[in-house]
Design a binder for this molecule. Structure first.
Ligand code: HEM
Length: 427
């Protein structure tokens, strides 16, 4: 029997599955699987799947469920109790429709982009005054403020900042034992209280958010029993829009590194902004954003549980077995992505690759019918906007910084937050 590997997962992070594959049993290796490997986590066996076939299996809802798929110790601080992520069947469908309606509406997303662009331009003006800026904290603040206003959460600017930082801490610490984890929990409890109070204020007439804003939608959302969601759960779902939007700042930090490595692309994107007269939704900046999502680390694995016995790459998966989708390896699969470790946004220029099965930075399948992230338009839109504004900037990476990251720390982030020095502070 395999020894428990939970500690290895926590220590190795993004490289855990590659490590496990190298150590797989001769019995398993004899079937010559590409992805499949049995591991043992939290005292239970689990099977790793990946690649387009693994994605199809993982998103087959007749075969997989989500309830209790992710250990509560990480799901609770990250997503919150009662969140959409752990629902199945009708309950999931009904809850998910609210997110899809709110987050996949083109006009709604465009409004969010305009808000974010205004705040980003203002933040970059402050950078110019200072002669430098740091991408991660700045975009955490900008995205946080923009999404709070867009979601109909009208609070004073200092509160906006506090909420953005607290939500960022939750993402930062939920999978790192010790102080980061405790800090994530502390912020989770505080944010849960705050968000439930907002929902009660709306229901009791003390606040009137705009019609169809996210705050208004979660406040009137009902469960399959026809009853309003309890205030805690409604608040959790409000945060399931706010928190991941703030977390896009992690990709923004990687995007800034990628831009510094790709002067030709930087010139192309900057020319695109000039030609279009807008930094929002440029096709080149969008392709660049997609390639950032494919190449850089964020989500390492996703979890489901087999409803019935099945198999993958000839490895049996009994009913009740936890199944892990290897997100990172699928996004870097050499059979699907030529030169998978080369940064090349052309892969996404008019190819439709962003909806192809091996592209799973935010899950696979369709958001309308399965668990795929409903926030991809928001993520890609914010990233493309930020890439466009950074490309225009006459800045370079500060030489003294350590912009490296650890492959063992989930989620990853360049240690410096990515410091940009501006050549002419007075410009
Ligand atoms: C920072 C970039 C983001 C990443 C890496 C990311 C990643 C993911 C992943 C991997 C899933 C789970 C897919 C699955 O279980 O099959 C997911 C689900 C979800 N995401 Fe995102 N996401 C991001 C941004 C966003 C944004 C901006 C929003 C909202 C504005 C959002 C809202 C959600 C929600 C509500 C779910 C639950 C969907 C469900 O269970 O049906 N995410 N995301």
């Amino acid at each position: 029997m395999l020894l428990d590997q939970t500690v290895d997962l926590v220590r190795r992070g993004y490289v855990f599955t590659a490590w496990a594959r190298r150590r797989r049993s001769s019995d398993e290796a004899a079937r010559r699987p590409r992805y499949a490997v049995s591991v043992r986590l939290l005292g239970r066996p689990a099977t790793v799947v990946g690649g387009p076939d693994g994605v199809r299996l993982f998103y087959d809802q007749t075969l997989m469920r989500r309830r209790r798929a992710m250990p509560a110790a990480v799901a609770r601080p990250l997503f919150g109790r009662g969140a959409v992520h752990g629902l199945d069947g009708d309950e999931h469908q009904q809850r998910k429709a609210m997110f899809v309606d709110a987050l996949m509406d083109e006009k709604g997303v465009a409004d969010l982009m305009d808000l974010a662009d205004e705040l980003l331009v203002e933040a970059i003006r402050v950078w110019r005054g200072d002669g430098k800026g740091v991408v991660y904290p700045t975009t955490t603040e900008v995205y946080g403020r923009a999404v709070l206003r867009w979601a109909g959460v009208d609070v004073p600017p200092r509160r906006e900042l506090r909420v953005a930082r607290d939500l960022a801490r939750i993402v930062d610490g939920f999978a790192t034992p010790g102080l980061p984890y405790l800090s994530a929990w502390r912020r989770r409890l505080a944010c849960d209280r705050w968000a439930a109070r907002l929902v009660r204020d709306v229901r009791e007439g003390r606040r009137t958010p705009p019609a169809d804003s996210v705050l208004e939608r979660v406040s009137r959302q009902r469960g399959t029993d026809g009853e309003l969601l309890d205030a805690h759960t409604a608040g959790v779902e409000l945060q399931n829009v706010l928190r991941p939007t703030v977390a896009v700042a992690r990709f923004a930090a990687f995007a800034a590194l990628a831009l510094a490595d790709q002067p030709e692309w930087r010139a192309r994107v900057s020319a695109e902004v000039r030609e279009r007269g807008s930094a929002v939704a440029g096709p080149l900046a969008t392709a660049f954003a997609q390639e950032v999502r494919r190449l850089y680390p964020f989500v390492p694995l996703l979890a489901a549980v087999a409803r019935q016995s099945t198999s993958f790459e000839q490895c049996p998966i009994p009913a009740g077995r936890r199944v892990l989708l290897d997100v990172m390896a699928t996004n870097h699969d050499p059979q699907e992505w030529p030169s998978p470790n080369t940064f090349d946004p052309e892969r996404f220029l008019g190819t439709g690759a962003e909806w192809s099965p091996p592209f799973v930075p935010q899950g696979g399948g369709r958001p309308e019918t399965g668990h795929r992230c409903p926030g991809e338009l928001v993520t890609v839109g914010l990233l493309a906007l930020t890439i466009a504004r950074l490309a225009e900037l006459d800045g370079r990476l500060d030489r003294s910084q350590d912009a490296g990251w650890s492959w063992g720390r989930v989620p990853a982030l360049p240690r410096s937050g990515v410091v940009i020095t501006l050549d002419d502070p007075a410009a």
